[in-house]
Design a protein around this ligand. Structure first.
Ligand code: FAD
Ligand code: NAD
Length: 462
């Protein structure tokens, strides 16, 4: 191989962390090269956030088309899953091509191929035209994560991960889901809405253990109302000779569940094998690459971002870290504040959360005031048929100075409230800031103002 190509900033991985880091680096006048072995857009655009939300939307449209009787609407929908998939794939293609266009316009050089490191700053990229050696001044590692298989239940055949579930050609009659976390519930609910029988097996005592029980109750109620079978505190022990999923329930009963697909969603792990990490002398934090609050690794000028560096494994966290690292390389003083990363679970109903829950605030030693407002008292929610699912908005504030510590909601379409939640936390809002904001009527956002008023003891509509 000839002399290595010298690069100022080499970004490895073209997912939402990596491509955003490369864009920002180029904006700041740095010479940025992005290497991607698969498709631009990574997990989020190609096989994660976007295709899953498209499928969830299509499933919602399908379920709603057949459930309008109370509104005087009658229809009997049919489903052509191949067309649904083609529509979803069209969105993915459009976004992936859009990323290529953005990178091109920003003068980021994109190298297609897999990078393997021989030391912290040198790698070989296996391109279609042969290997290319690269020596980088700065390396931003953004190689992402992969689905975790269950011991005794490897992926293949009927046992699928979210990637296969999002490309499924025929609707399973019976879908068994192992893990009632983000993916298991988002996709399990979507497949139920499309008409599949769904059984969920979860090791913990409740669904979505990352969220507090008050927030997850409406989702649990939806599952019950829609006859999703739920085994909590249960253990998968393998499959029998007929391919049935073997489960030991919380009551120590043994079950054999016959399902035509088994979707395993028990978490994701950072991608730390197969690209020479062992040659880079990086420190680790458990399975993740260890970074400080500027995403610096143990090696000078080697940075790591996104799913590779730990929880929360969320797209907007990866992008925010990417922007930050590019700015630090360009000379800015930045730090990453994980407390500002909100999260949304696109279940039915949706859950949105930013900052501390009442229990987390208490555990952190805070004395709090909490105000909440139910969507059953919101005109907008009622007009959207979103008033009867048990949804609400909740505000958690410090008692002494009324500084907002957390905002959460559960209810239909509450994902769209997450931006206001994040903004309130980022700007250090106090209860009066939120209560004094004139929210448009009729919108779901009014419930945020009402929750703040409730925390101040001045609730108007409840
Ligand atoms: P990735 O997006 O995984 O990108 C890593 C990229 O690096 C990949 O394209 C890979 O091909 C490339 N790569 C790896 N190794 C090499 C190498 N050696 N050489 C060259 N290229 C390499 N998050 C949300 O915030 N909201 C959601 O609604 C949401 N929904 C999700 C739904 C599903 C089904 C899944 C699986 C995930 C979802 N996520 C969601 C999580 C989100 O997708 C991830 O947090 C995000 O993609 C992480 O971005 P990243 O840049 O760290 O890694
Ligand atoms: P998760 O961590 O959200 O949920 C995994 C679930 O599996 C947990 O409830 C856990 O208790 C359970 N579990 C673990 N081992 C088990 C076992 N042996 N048997 C039964 N249950 C078991 O993981 P996920 O759903 O695979 O999603 C992975 C990551 O992807 C998430 O952590 C999240 O960061 C990201 N994601 C985010 C979104 C979103 O932002 N809306 C959507 C999908 C995925």
């Amino acid at each position: 191989m000839s002399e290595p190509r010298r690069v100022q900033v080499l970004v490895v991985g073209g997912g939402v962390g990596g491509y955003v880091a490369a864009l920002r680096a180029a904006q700041l006048g740095l010479d940025a090269v992005l290497v991607e072995g698969d498709r631009l857009g990574g997990t989020c655009l190609i096989r994660g956030c976007i295709p899953s939300k498209a499928l969830i939307h299509a499933a919602g449209r399908f379920a709603e088309a057949g459930a309008g009787a109370a509104l005087g609407i009658a229809a009997a929908p049919t489903l052509d899953l191949r067309r649904t998939t083609a529509w979803k794939d069209g969105i993915v293609d459009r976004l992936s091509n859009g990323v290529a266009g953005l990178l091109g316009r920003a003068s980021v050089t994109v190298m297609r191929g897999w990078a393997t490191f021989t030391d912290a700053k040198n790698c070989t990229i296996e391109t279609a035209d042969g290997p290319v050696a690269v020596a980088a001044e700065h390396v931003i590692l953004a190689v992402g994560s992969e689905a975790v298989p269950l011991p005794g239940l490897p992926f293949g055949g009927e046992v699928i991960s979210s990637t296969e579930a999002l490309g499924i050609a025929n609707l399973p009659q019976h879908l068994a889901v192992v893990g009632a976390g983000y993916i298991g519930l988002e996709l399990g609910i979507a497949f139920r809405k499309l008409g599949a029988e769904v059984t969920i097996v979860e090791a913990a005592e409740r669904i979505l253990p990352r969220y507090d029980a008050q927030l997850t109750r409406p989702v649990r109620r939806w599952l019950e109302r829609h006859k999703v079978t739920l085994h909590l505190g249960a253990k998968v022990t393998g499959r029998d000779g007929e391919g049935r999923l073997l489960v030991e329930t919380a009551q120590r009963q043994s079950l054999a569940i016959a399902a035509d697909r088994i979707l395993v969603t028990v978490g994701r792990r950072p991608r730390t094998a197969g690209w020479g990490i062992e040659n880079m002398a990086l420190a680790m934090a458990g399975p993740f690459v260890k970074v400080d609050d500027q995403c610096r690794t143990a090696m000078k000028n080697v940075w790591a971002i996104g799913d590779l560096v730990g929880e929360p494994m969320l797209a907007h966290k990866a992008s925010a870290q990417g922007v930050m690292v590019a700015e630090i390389i360009a000379g800015a003083r930045r730090r990453f504040d994980p407390d500002l990363v909100a999260a949304v679970c696109f279940t039915e109903p949706e859950i949105a959360s930013a900052g501390l829950s009442p229990d987390e605030a208490k555990a952190a030693g805070e004395e709090t005031v909490v105000g909440s407002f139910p969507f059953s008292a919101s005109g907008r929610a009622l007009a959207l048929e979103a008033g009867d699912d048990g949804g609400f908005v909740r505000v958690v504030a410090r008692k002494s100075d009324q500084r907002v510590l957390g905002l959460q909601a559960v209810g239909r379409d509450v994902a769209e409230l997450a931006g206001e939640f994040s903004q309130a936390l980022a700007m250090g809002a106090v209860l009066e800031d939120i209560a004094g904001t004139i929210h448009v009527h009729p919108t779901l956002g009014e419930a945020i103002g009402e929750a703040a008023l409730a925390a101040l003891g001045r609730g108007l509509h409840i």
